[in-house]
Design a protein around this ligand. Sequence first.
Ligand code: IVH
Length: 707
Amino acid sequence: MTTPDLFAADTKPAEFARLTELRRVLHEHAHRYYVLDAPVIPDAEYDRLFQELQAIEVKHPQWMTPDSPTQRVGGKVLDGLSPVRHAVPMLSIETETDTTAQGAQDFDARVRKALGLQEFDLPVEYAAELKFDGLAINLRYEHGVLVQAATRGDGETGEDVTQNVRTIGQIPLRLNGCDAPVLEVRGEIYMRRDDFEALNEKQREKGDKTFINPRNTAAGAIRQLDPNLVAQRQLSFFAYGLGEVRGWSLPSTHAQMLDALQAMGLPVCAERSVAHGAAGLTAFHEAIRAKRDALPFDIDGVVYKVNALALQQQLGFKTREPRWAVAHKYPAQEMLTRLNDIEIQVGRTGKLTPVAKLEPVFVGGTTVSNATLHNLFEMRKKNVRVGDRVIVRRAGDVIPEVVGRFDPVAVGEDAVMAGNELVVSPAKARDPYVRNFRMPKKCPVCNSDVVREKGEANHRCTGGLFCSAQRKQAMLHFAQRRAVDVDGLGDKLVDQLVDGGVVKTVPDLYRLGLTALASLERMADKSAQNIVDALEKSKQTTLPRFIFGLGIRHVGEATAKALARHFGKLDAIMDASQEQLLQVSDVGPIVAQSIHTFFQQTHNREVVEQLRACGLRWEEGDPSPAAQLPLVGKTFVLTGTLPTLSREQAKEMLEAAGAKVAGSVSKKTDYLVAGEEAGSKLAKAGELGVAVIDEAGLQALLGSAAG
Ligand code: IVH
């Protein structure tokens, strides 16, 4: 007979070894995934290992440690953030606002003077890096384990945001090869522009208010009291310095220190270099300026730091700022200007977009006079009207947008208190007779009816391919570089072709002869030949590019790739049922329906056939094996107490079938599995119209999925 004790004694070492091994492996994969962006195992495999670890920890709570990968998932809601006194104050940095080379020269001159260097002495060596536009954070590692994360606050005292920071996948919970009693790492938490755009797109779809910029969104998220909410924002991190250090011998330069932090598993931005003298700094400033728009995140400048730590010490500090560092700015990405007028633009899917006609303003490095206002509801929420002063944002290659109204009252400008009343100076107050903007009832291009579907934020022209604006946009979408890539087919040429009745549909483009093109006004023979060549070249394409180019609503590049990978062949996608489409990772009910409806339309199938007949071709493959998991692409949320299954078990079963299990209900949720005493999540599901099932329903789903 085996007593429970004997049993435990028997298996503990093996299980414990497994636990240690799982933690090691998961740390490594998390690093590859979040930091190196080079995962070597599929997400599902990571999830499986993660659950195995979770299961062991649930069984043996005494083996739990704060650096376990399972500790990243949110925790309980806090009452408030507690203050943290910084062991070493978090200083600010002097800013060089002169965005020309002079900024670098002035800093270098100050450093040389303070070091007592003569003209004939060698150039000073600097570490040059980016000035990330996020929020500063202090990560305290003790014996290699993350024990605390604190915001900068006033520099002396910040706030404890450890729970929230734990949810950021890029931040290691344990350092590689560093057992120092204390190592405080300082850096910036920020949000990538694509993550920010995706978040705002979701907000727009829901008709919720959008966020102003990635920086505010990241800063707001990190001070949230509910770590589960933070986990839903995609935050990122870069290390750039140190706080308190005990028991770790510092390298001799800042650049080496960054390399060491990177080797410990911390993300350090690759855009960094060692520069010599003012000339080296200027070259860095210029090189990064040229790249600024192509970076995946916002920066507002670069930072120069004297590289040798010994020299940093020698230079020391002014009151709040070190003498050895400076931030050298670029032109701002957000500016104030006047909204002169609002026009309507008709897009590829018929969407009517209000476009702001602005008093031209220099923002993000170019002069902007048009910016999107997205839709009527967002405009209303932002409360912008013609004549207002508005904030325009242009960052990266994202279309410039009006992010809000500049409210002189809210910022205390132009407003005075008269007794108890706030009086806005009449010159700056909004003219009370400015009419609120309304959407037109008819399409300004083709005069078809404009409609807004229930629950939709956008107004649409119902003209379809009758509307020349939609046809033009469809062609431009198809021809763009990221799609089928017809070099030289820009909006001017498309306007000419469509307005002149030369082409009606995308396949018509491929039937254009050299003579037809060359006979267009302002078209040189050479340019006509270039277009013909470009069209010919574009025929050899790839399946994802072709699918993306079709312009199916809700099908972006990522979805197009997922579809191609999953089905392998175009015909399989065209004939897929909604259920089959739902099996593709990241395809939810709305997207599945959109794809299905698209290929149900005879005219769309005809376009595809005609394009094939015109000679468009791509390689096709076999469907991916992930297609075999029955619940791939479905997102579940569990709530309340289920009659027989524990939540963990239910989660495991669902994930084994390929489903995703999320922590909170959103529009993306496919099913809420509700047990006894289900609370706010059930209400939320009701609000959003998410399907609610009980345990029996879940079992049925799993059963039928397995069959
Ligand atoms: S070093 C003693 N390096 O800029 C120098 N700061 O006022 C401490 N920042 O909010 C800062 N990128 O979060 C440093 N590469 C970088 C930075 C950087 C952004 C932020 C920092 C702080 C402000 C400094």
